[in-house]
Design a protein around this ligand. Structure first.
Ligand code: ADP
Ligand code: ZN
Length: 594
């Protein structure tokens, strides 16, 4: 049944392609149309050079070599007139003859060809078309092990158990226990979920079947479900083994989270098939299903019931130690200069995922190689980091002097506040070299990975973010759109301080959102308060930002000498680090005289 759907679709697509090609080819051959009367007057005025007459269709070119096409109801007269003017005439048989046939039947030929090819393939594979491409059939156990996955110690620990089950299921079922069937790995993209799943298979030495939920989305009804059944059949045959379902939210998203029509039925059917298969496991089937998602909030609760994905493992972006470990994994094969300490790089890359760090190491090696260096040094790593963080450098894009000046003061504003306010992260680098969409950048490096923030730290962060715009206002008495990102970030922090962390004196220690949104974003956020409260919240956020803005203004106006000096230094050097910053900002006092 499903094979027919698929074949039908293929034929449809090929037909459309055929028709399009046919038309394009034909269009290209067809010169601009000319009216019959202007053709006739063209002959009279000796403007026609040569013609090709094919039935009633006349094409040709004029004395300026411009092609034309027209149609004559009376070819005999035309020929007589053309002969009168000694125009070169070629004739060819009309439409009904064989030449016309070949080109107009091109789509038909393509369809027939496609049929034959398809029949051939079906014979060869001996099964229906939909089956084979649905999942990768493992040939041998993977060589990836836990050694290849770094920086996620807790997750590894939780998964150890699954590995022992796969290695020796009898030991565990001996006393009547039921093996875990499903493990859900949840975490942001690039944190190594797929890699972990493969490592489980590698550690246990079992085959690894993988399939992605998003593959089902474009399918037509029935195929997804049959693929799931097929996959489980294969897996049971190869037990013990692992089935990995990536992006399970694509099939297992609950109804509310689903997008418009189309795939709806298909997803529901696929999901049902999955649930049926999972429930149908017997104790003897040592098949562990590992699924991955970055949106656990969007999953159908049916998937999380006992006996299904009842083990959930959270995978977070690595902390500083984790980042160092991951850098060590990827630095193994890279020739590094002696001065490069991976610890420092780990410290300077908060928020980077495993995928980002792997990318960082690779990019640095490529950059160094491009410059014909013998080893990767800190400059390469710094450049690679900037490239990854902000898109590649806007080389060759000319910025006006005004823009550079504005950017220099803007960044200096951020930097001075970062430097003078207490309880802030140390400055790492200031640059006015534009990259990606940013005109410049002031980077701070957290001393450690912070998991909780004080109110002072947060308000100071808001002040630092507003500092760019404040500096522009002080010096130029206007501000540019360059500050819009800063404003967004500042507002986001203020909002969370008031609504989520209960840091408002007026509203008190109460949360005004749903759950902690974490990396998942606030898709399911509900209003838990009245309209008056909403207004009060708005007011609180506004006054918090306003206060921060005023304070940023006072500090920068009081230290306007620093502002001028730092901006001048930036205009000169474009990129400066802590020593240069210290040479300008010699005092640690935020407010004027020490
Ligand atoms: P996810 O499935 O969570 O989106 P992947 O497992 O596909 O992430 O990670 C992409 C790549 O990033 C991996 O192939 C690997 O090279 C690298 N990577 C990610 N996390 C780690 C990690 N913890 N340790 C080592 N490499 C990692
Ligand atoms: Zn800014």
């Amino acid at each position: 049944m499903t094979a027919y759907y698929r074949n039908f679709l293929i034929i449809l697509v090929l037909t459309i392609v055929g028709v399009v090609i046919y038309n394009v080819v034909n269009l290209e051959q067809k010169p601009p149309a000319m009216s019959y009367s202007s053709f006739l007057s063209g002959i009279k005025n000796k403007e026609i050079k040569s013609v090709l007459i094919k039935g009633g269709e006349i094409t040709g070119s004029d004395i300026y070599n411009r092609p034309f096409a027209t149609f004559s109801p009376d070819v005999a007269t035309v020929i007589a007139r053309l002969e009168e003017q000694a125009v070169e005439i070629t004739t060819a048989p009309g439409k009904s003859a064989s030449g016309g046939f070949t080109s107009s039947s091109l789509p038909l030929l393509i369809i027939m060809g496609a049929w034959i090819v398809m029949m051939f393939f079906q014979k060869k594979s001996g099964s229906d078309f939909a089956k084979n491409k649905s999942f990768s059939i493992p040939t041998k156990a993977l060589s990836i092990t836990f050694k290849d996955v770094a920086g996620v110690p807790e997750a590894k620990e939780e998964l150890e158990e699954i590995i022992s089950f796969l290695r020796d299921s009898k030991k565990f079922t001996r006393l009547g226990g039921r093996l875990p069937k499903g493990v859900l790995l949840q975490g942001p993209p690039g944190t190594g979920k797929t890699l972990l799943a493969k490592a489980i298979a590698g550690e246990a030495g079992v085959p690894f079947f993988s399939i992605s939920g998003s593959d089902f989305v474009e399918m037509y009804v029935g195929v997804g479900a049959s693929r799931v059944r097929d996959l489980f059949k294969q897996a049971k045959k190869n037990a013990p083994c692992i089935i990995f379902i990536d992006e399970i939210d694509a099939v297992g998203g609950h109804r509310a989270a689903k997008s418009a029509a189309g795939g709806q039925d298909e997803r529901q059917q696929t999901l049902n098939a999955l649930l049926v298969e999972m429930d149908g496991f017997k104790t003897g089937d040592t098949v562990v299903i590992v699924a991955a998602t970055n949106r656990p909030d969007a999953l159908d609760p049916a998937l999380l019931r006992p006996g299904r994905f009842d083990r959930q493992v959270n995978i977070l972006p690595p902390d500083i130690n984790g980042r160092q470990e991951i850098l060590e994994v990827y630095g193994r094969n890279i020739v590094m200069a002696d001065k490069v300490h991976l610890r420092d790089i780990a410290a300077a890359t908060p928020g980077f995922t495993g995928a980002d760090l792997a990318n960082l190491m690779n990019e640095s090696a490529l950059l160094a190689a491009r410059k014909n260096k013998d080893a990767v040094d800190l400059d390469d790593i710094e450049d690679a980091k900037d490239k990854i963080m902000m898109g590649s450098e806007r080389k060759g894009l000319v910025i006006s002097m005004d823009e550079r000046r504005t950017t220099a003061y803007h960044e200096a504003g951020h930097a001075i506040l970062a430097r003078l306010l207490p309880n802030t992260d140390p400055l790492h680098k200031i640059t006015i070299i534009p990259r990606g969409r940013a005109m410049g950048m002031t980077q701070q490096v957290p001393l450690d990975d912070r998991h909780s923030y004080s109110k002072e730290y947060l308000t100071n962060r808001i002040k630092i973010m507003l500092g760019g715009r404040t500096a522009e206002e002080i010096i130029f008495n206007q501000f540019t759109t360059g500050a819009s990102n800063d404003l967004q970030s500042a507002t986001a922090i203020a909002t969370r301080m008031i609504c989520q962390w209960g840091m408002s004196d007026h509203l008190g220690p109460r949360a005004y959102t749903g759950d902690d949104q974490g990396f998942l974003g606030g898709a399911t956020e509900k209003l838990l308060y009245s309209e008056e409260t909403a207004m009060a919240i708005d007011h609180e956020i506004n006054s918090l930002i306003e206060e921060c803005y005023q304070e940023a203004m006072i500090i920068l106006e009081g230290r306007i000498d620093y502002l001028h000096k730092l901006a001048a230094l930036l205009l000169e050097k474009e990129t400066i680090g802590p020593p240069e910053i210290d040479s300008v900002i010699t005092s640690n006092q935020p407010y004027g005289e020490e």
